[in-house]
Design a protein around this ligand. Structure first.
Ligand code: UD1
Ligand code: UDP
Length: 379
């Protein structure tokens, strides 16, 4: 009998946890034919733990590296040295990591140092601007030559990898595992535990959901976004804005100073994944610089204004569900106003189709890898 393949999944932040959860749950179905170990780096803490709770995942290893105000070098060094003894012990056949966080790139590097195969989930996203988003564009570029399995969510992502001379036989278009996660929670009934969120349901006002956390938006761009929000609330008396604040203290300082204690603007702790999905469903319009939210909103039929100068999720823009507006105050105001006042424009964006997958990505990914180990016969 063949030996039991040893699979290790590594993640550490809110978005890679959400998108890896369906992969972990799918892999676990094949135990004991394979052995699956979940390693979390703890690059995030509270924002990671809530995702583990939602998906009932208990990690075998937790590096617990988060420190407040951590630098990129600190994350990189701590994850790399933290993974070394674990990989020495487990000797993984395949290491899975997702996306473009520092945890992801370093997991790929550690896999290479241990001569384990690296399966990169959500491969091939590119803006072709190495500082935007920073450092994610470089993280995902560096992940590509380390990877043995490239799971591209879309054909555009596959094209990007082909341009970098990745072997076409090692690229599979699977859709995004984030859509698997989304579909698994979107249909569930849910009450908001946070009273300020429950209150939004009863005001009779239209809800605009806002999130922003990207490093390249710290400082002036975030200030410009907040200025736009203040003016939008003044111009449209029938809207309320809700801003679930990322836990990063740099983001909070600006947002709380500019938007705190203002009429019809609610600043909240970041809701857990399920209530956050419900918040997207409640919203009429979403303004965000998040990668994951750009993918989820179209699946929920919500128009998104992307508060960034570049996007690696061009598919949403092409499909008409997302509009890249940047961080210029006047541009945000005019595009948001158009969507809030022009029903035809709104419905065009809201009814465009979701280009990011059909909810079967994790299943496809597992079958592709496990077929190579003779565990499944179809892929
Ligand atoms: C990280 C990722 C980014 C991803 C984002 C998702 C890197 C370099 N950045 O950025 O790609 O889009 O996560 O949210 O990989 N904090 C807490 N509790 C938490 C999480 C964060 O207090 O649960 C605070 C800490 O002070 C921490 C800071 O936020 O130092 C920044 O966290 P970090 O992971 O370094 O960067 P993010 O901006 O979250
Ligand atoms: N999310 C959440 N609570 C929030 C904000 C976002 O659960 O308060 C979820 C969201 O549904 C998406 C993911 O977190 O699945 C996106 O994470 P984030 O915006 O932090 O990172 P990015 O996708 O930009 O890397």
């Amino acid at each position: 009998m063949a030996t039991q393949p040893r699979i290790v999944t590594v993640f550490g932040t809110r978005p890679d946890a959400i998108k890896m959860a369906p992969v972990v749950l799918e892999l676990k179905k094949y135990e004991p034919q394979i052995k699956v170990d979940v390693v979390v780096t703890g690059q995030h803490r509270e924002m990671l733990d809530q995702v583990l709770d939602v998906f009932h995942i208990t990690p075998e290893y937790d590096l617990n590296i988060m420190q407040h105000g951590q630098s990129l070098s600190q994350i990189t060094a701590r994850v790399l040295t933290g993974l070394e003894p674990i990989f020495n012990e487990l000797k993984p056949d395949v290491v899975f990591a997702q996306g473009d966080t520092s945890t992801t790139f370093v997991a790929g590097l550690a896999a290479f140092y241990h001569k384990s195969k690296f399966a990169h989930v959500e491969a091939g996203l590119r803006t072709h601007n190495k500082y935007n988003p920073f450092p994610e564009e470089m993280n995902r570029i560096l992940a590509a030559p380390l990877a043995d399995y490239h799971f591209a969510p879309t054909s555009m992502a596959k094209e990007n990898l082909l341009r970098e001379a990745v072997d076409p036989k090692r690229i599979w278009i699977t859709g995004n595992t984030g859509i698997d996660a989304l579909l698994s929670v979107a249909a569930m009934k849910h009450e908001f535990a946070q009273p300020e969120l429950e209150a939004l349901r009863h005001t009779g006002l239209r809800t605009v959901l806002l999130t922003s956390h990207r490093r390249e938006n710290w400082g002036e761009p975030l200030t410009d976004i907040c200025r736009a929000v203040l003016q939008l609330v003044d111009m449209h008396q029938d809207i309320q804005v809700v801003f679930p604040m990322h836990r990063n203290p740099i983001v909070r300082k600006t947002v709380e100073a500019m938007l705190g204690h203002k009429d019809r603007i609610t600043l909240t702790e970041p809701p857990d994944y399920k209530p956050f999905v419900k918040l997207q469903q409640l919203a009429e319009l979403i303004l965000t610089d998040s990668g994951g939210v750009q993918e989820e909103a179209p699946s929920l039929g919500k128009p998104v204004l992307v508060l960034r100068e570049t996007t690696e999720r061009q598919e949403g823009v092409t499909a008409g569900t997302a509009l890249l507006v940047g961080t210029d105050t006047e541009r945000i105001i005019s595009e948001a106003t158009s969507l809030l006042t022009n029903k035809q424009h709104y419905h065009q964006m809201a009814n465009a189709t979701n280009p990011y997958g059909d909810g079967t990505a994790a299943q496809q990914i597992c079958q592709i890898v496990l077929k190579e180990y003779g565990i499944v016969s179809v892929a």
